[in-house]
Design a protein around this ligand. Structure first.
Ligand SMILES: *Cc1c(COP(=O)(O)O)cnc(C)c1O
Length: 456
């Protein structure tokens, strides 16, 4: 585990203290995670900025190397990954650079992992998490419903390089046990699953995978990769629940304001050098300006935004559930949520409180003579609602509404094989920072306009 400063504002530990702290838990500093995400490490090996209040934004593509011997050392050391307590010798932005490095330290901390490697987008991170490990001839086992572009990556692109993907209900322990053939190298899923927010039990998947891994050499082991974009590290830490590797889009709730694209892979130290090498050669590098925004605005405000949006999500979910025109509402915080016990076990914030999240999903009651009522509701909102915007993406300060079947999940729904997995009538809402009552007012207005007042 990387060591953490015992006091976020202290001058930082001596090298002896660092050594003593090796093996201590990342989150044992005595300060809360919420505080740590604001202060980060006030002094970083990456860059001495102890006199700055806000970390500096670095904009240097290339770095002064002083001598050929120092340059040679830089290239040798790059391949080995960052060494705690040792300032890296920077060479070129695409390899490593200080602002992004500071963000990576904080993201690793947030996810309770040892290292983080940041990419230009969530998709670049997802591609790296799989391709830096799988080889031609390997298989990926994945949840049948995935983020649309992840589905397309696994179905349209990876097979060209000899990596096949198989879909499986990962909550079916017996089926999973049978599917873990020697060719499987990655088990990949999102939880909550996009868009209907059903959950996958990370700990149970891990127990089954451990049995298969016990017979394998280290280089052949299966890795569990979890996309934590929906819950964010504030609401769930998959590495502490059994995942080997976490990926997430920084574009969504971590960025929070909808201004930057980014992604990260977090996991044990042993994955760092392959990921850095992959990023160097495939080139999906997070820009320093975006890294700086995530570091200075996104991550420090994640806990307050998330908590507030979650409170509002609960209010809106309760309103929808109480409305007779709604067939079902899926929100992990509702009593009616089918996996509420798993939700309470898995979706927990840094303080141990249940964190059901900022997204909700619902379907209108079937109106046989009006199969497109859901889309008409969204269209009404798009045209008339002040507080809700029809747009893909999620986790922003503005509430976003969308129709997964025709939008984010069209990569699945355009195939015969997977179309039935996404409900044509489903609607997804990503709750922003508006007042809950205002969102409810706009929803009620739209329901009345499209379906008539309740009871009619
Ligand atoms: C948005 C998203 C991604 C992809 O992230 P980008 O930053 O847009 O590349 C991956 N997984 C999930 C669950 C997402 O919502």
């Amino acid at each position: 585990m990387p060591t953490e400063d015992s006091h976020p504002n202290s001058p930082g530990p001596t090298s002896t203290e660092r050594l003593q702290a090796q093996g201590s838990k990342v989150h044992d500093s005595g300060y809360s995670e919420k505080t740590h995400l604001i202060h980060g490490r006030n002094q970083s090996d990456r860059w001495d900025y102890k006199h700055h209040v806000v970390p500096p934004l670095s904009n240097s593509v290339t770095f002064r190397l002083d001598s050929t011997s120092r340059a040679a050392r830089a290239f040798v050391e790059f391949g080995k990954g960052h060494v705690e307590g040792k300032p890296p010798i920077y060479i070129y932005d695409r390899l490593d650079e200080p602002t992004r490095g500071m963000l990576e330290e904080n993201l690793a901390y947030a996810e309770e992992g040892e290292v983080g490697v940041a990419f230009a987008s969530g998709m670049a991170a997802i591609a790296a998490s799989v391709l830096s490990w799988a080889r031609a001839g390997d298989r990926i086992l994945a949840c049948p419903v995935l983020y649309g572009c992840t589905y397309s990556l696994f179905r349209n692109w990876l097979p060209r390089f000899g990596v096949e993907c198989e879909s499986l209900d990962l909550n079916d322990e017996e089926a999973l046990r049978r599917a873990l053939t020697p060719r499987v190298r990655v088990v990949y899923f999102e939880t909550p699953v996009n868009p209907d927010l059903s959950l996958i039990d990370i700990g149970r998947v891990r127990r089954v995978v451990d049995l298969a891994n016990a017979e394998r050499a280290p280089q052949d082991r299966i890795r569990i990769v979890v996309d934590n974009t929906f819950a964010t590290p504030y609401g769930q830490r998959p590495l502490t629940l059994g995942a080997h590797v976490v990926v997430e889009s920084l574009t969504k709730n971590i960025g929070g304001f909808g201004t930057e694209l980014g992604g990260v892979v977090v996991g044990p130290a042993e994955i760092e050098s392959a990921l850095l090498g992959f990023r160097k050669d495939f080139g999906g590098v997070l820009s320093t300006k975006s890294a700086w925004s995530f570091l200075v605005y996104g991550l420090p405000t994640l806990p307050v935004r998330y908590r507030q949006q979650q409170q509002t999500a609960m209010k809106v979910a309760r309103f929808l559930e109480g409305d007779p025109r709604i067939e079902k509402v899926r929100y992990p915080g509702l009593e009616s949520f089918p996996q509420k016990e798993l939700a309470r076990r898995q979706m927990v914030d840094y303080e141990g409180h249940f964190a059901p999240g900022t997204l909700l999903y619902f379907c209108l009651k079937d109106v046989p003579q009006d199969p497109h009522a859901g889309q008409r509701l969204i269209d009404f909102i798009a045209e008339n609602s002040y507080t809700m915007t029809l747009a893909v993406s999620l986790g922003q300060i503005k509430t976003l509404i969308e129709h997964p079947y025709s939008m984010t999940h069209s990569a699945l729904t355009c195939t015969d094989e997977s179309a039935h997995l996404v409900e044509p009538g489903g609607i997804r809402i990503s709750i922003g920072l508006e007042k809950g009552e205002d969102l409810i007012r706009d929803l009620r207005e739209a329901l009345d306009a499209v379906l008539g007042p309740p009871g009619h």
